[in-house]
Ligand binder design. Structure first.
Ligand SMILES: Cc1ncc(COP(=O)(O)O)c(C=O)c1O
Length: 387
């Protein structure tokens, strides 16, 4: 048997592709419009946020969010921004690209996430925390929220791997000022490429709308459009091409908006399957003394992205790596391991000690969990964990 990390482009692939083909045949325009707006509204509602802004990818969402915070003057050149060392490249890269100072934070081995303990040790001078919710897991994220609040730190979440996970009745992505999401193939649901920023902050929402598309006011609500034109003394003709703040073009297409609306309908089904698969894997991992078991009892719902196998030492890691590879199961590093060990990282903080991120880098990998795993495939994976 061969088990790949990504089984299909879409949940219910056949039906979705047919619906997509019909949509394209019937659509007049495919550039961003009503479908995308509707998806944003539906997503915001499902996530329990006031606003959502769709982008071309999760990476684009990260870049956009940081740019919007800079445009608003809430972050500045040189601002110190904490981030999880266990993360993806395009979580930390925009911090560097936008002239801010990235401060890597270690993870707890028991949760793979930053804890209040770790944040406290690096909190001095931080202006923002861009936390990654790793693989659908969280540490004491409420404690992190409180610490940021008390210290005047802007708290934002990269929730690209954790759609649907919950702690104390609250979805991950709803603890900070704003959160980003990815709809790339293999994530909880896919629009092929796609991302989102969600927030309750109206001022930030309006800045996101402008920074997503050229810096113009065209996508703003009418009232705000009028205000901004008046403030800058721009009449309706020149407003067509007036640019107010630093921006990009990170707009999705209607194809992505359509796909998002369709796949959003499967949210609950996808999340509950990923959660129950994870419970089965976690039970076997906990019973295996060669593996390190996560402590996630504080989480209400674990919408797992992929399953981490953390070996107790390098020799055990190599043994399990061989078992999985020889049995045709696709495995990858846990996100990117310690991201500051990658060649792009040239900061003076290179010598920083991040012992747990290093341990994960060297002794862990992840294997597939997705909503379409069959019982036979789950059994097959469980057997490998018992070897
Ligand atoms: C934590 C995290 N942030 C950002 C991204 C980037 O998302 P995208 O592939 O949609 O650009 C990923 C991708 O897997 C990720 O894991």
């Amino acid at each position: 048997m061969k088990i790949k990390l990504v089984k299909s482009t879409f949940y219910k692939e056949g039906e979705t592709k047919k619906k997509l083909a019909d949509f394209i045949l019937g659509a007049q325009f495919l550039s961003m419009g009503a479908e995308t707006r509707k998806f944003e509204e539906d997503f915001a509602k499902k996530q329990g946020r006031r606003f959502a802004v769709m982008t071309t990818s999760g990476s684009a969402a990260n870049l956009l969010l940081l740019q919007a915070l800079k445009n608003l003057g809430r972050l500045n050149d040189g601002s110190r921004v904490g981030f999880s060392a266990l993360t993806w490249s395009t979580n930390v890269m925009p911090i560097i690209q936008l002239g801010m100072k990235p401060v890597p934070l270690d993870s707890e081995l028991e949760t793979l996430n930053v804890s209040p303990r770790i944040l406290t040790s690096k909190i001095k001078g931080l202006e923002a925390l861009f936390l990654t919710n790793v693989l659908g897991f969280a540490d004491d994220i409420e404690g992190i929220r409180k610490l940021c609040l008390e210290s005047g730190i802007i708290f934002i979440e990269d929730n690209c791997e954790s759609l649907g996970s919950k702690v104390s009745g609250r979805l991950l992505g709803n603890f900070g000022l704003a959160a980003t999401f990815s709809f790339f193939v293999g994530h909880h649901f896919s629009t092929v490429e796609g991302g989102m920023v969600a927030t309750d902050d109206e001022e930030l929402y309006q800045e996101l709308l402008m920074a997503r598309a050229h810096g113009w006011d065209r996508n703003l609500p009418e009232k705000r459009q009028k205000e901004i034109r008046l403030a800058h003394r721009i009449d309706d003709f020149f407003a067509k091409y007036a640019f107010y703040g630093l921006a990009y073009n990170l707009r999705p297409t209607e194809i992505q908006g359509f796909l998002g609306r369709d796949q959003l309908g499967y949210w609950d089904e996808i999340v509950s399957r990923r959660a129950s698969n994870f419970t089965a894997f976690a039970k076997v991992i906990a019973a295996n003394p060669d593996l390190i078991s996560l402590e996630l009892g504080h989480m209400e719902l674990i919408s797992n992205f992929a399953v981490p196998l953390i070996a107790k030492d390098k020799k055990t890691f190599e043994r399990y790596r061989k078992i999985f590879e020889e049995n045709d199961v696709e495995i990858r590093p846990v996100i990117a391991g310690n991201i500051v060990r990658h060649p792009f990282w040239k900061s003076e903080t290179k010598t920083e000690t991040l012992p747990n991120a290093d341990f994960i880098h060297e002794n862990a990998f992840y294997f597939p969990n997705n909503a379409e795993l069959t019982e036979e495939e789950i059994e097959y994976l469980l057997n490998l964990l018992e070897k």
